[in-house]
Design a protein around this ligand. Structure first.
Ligand code: CA
Length: 109
């Protein structure tokens, strides 16, 4: 878990004399970005005229766990027009570290 931790070191010799205690501070930070996994891969093909349905995604962070509900999807697919569309997926963890991914959707006639 992120935070500051201290570890104290000391030792005694055979006569019972103690060393000067020394403390090490260990700072555990969250520098890892969340990862977004896309069901169906980063390139998908759909038929024109058939409503587009996103095959889904999953977002996970080593500290925050499941962030799928926080993913923001940008872009849209208009299956009435043949072409390529880009959908972007972004999510931010509690440490304001971003993860992103994208899907290229090819709508063919
Ligand atoms: Ca993180």
């Amino acid at each position: 878990m992120a935070g500051n931790y201290s570890v104290t070191y000391n030792v005694q010799d055979n006569s019972g004399n103690s060393a000067s205690e020394i403390v090490r501070v260990v700072i555990v930070g969250d520098t890892g970005a969340p990862v977004i996994k896309l069901s169906g891969g980063q390139t998908i093909q759909v038929e024109a005229g058939i409503a587009f349905s996103d095959p889904g995604y999953f977002a996970e962070d080593k500290i925050d766990g499941d962030l799928t509900a926080d993913v923001k999807v940008d872009g849209s697919v208009d299956t009435s027009i043949v072409g390529s569309y880009l959908l972007t997926y972004d999510v931010t963890d509690s440490n304001i570290t971003c993860g992103s991914s994208y899907t290229k959707c090819h709508c063919r006639g």
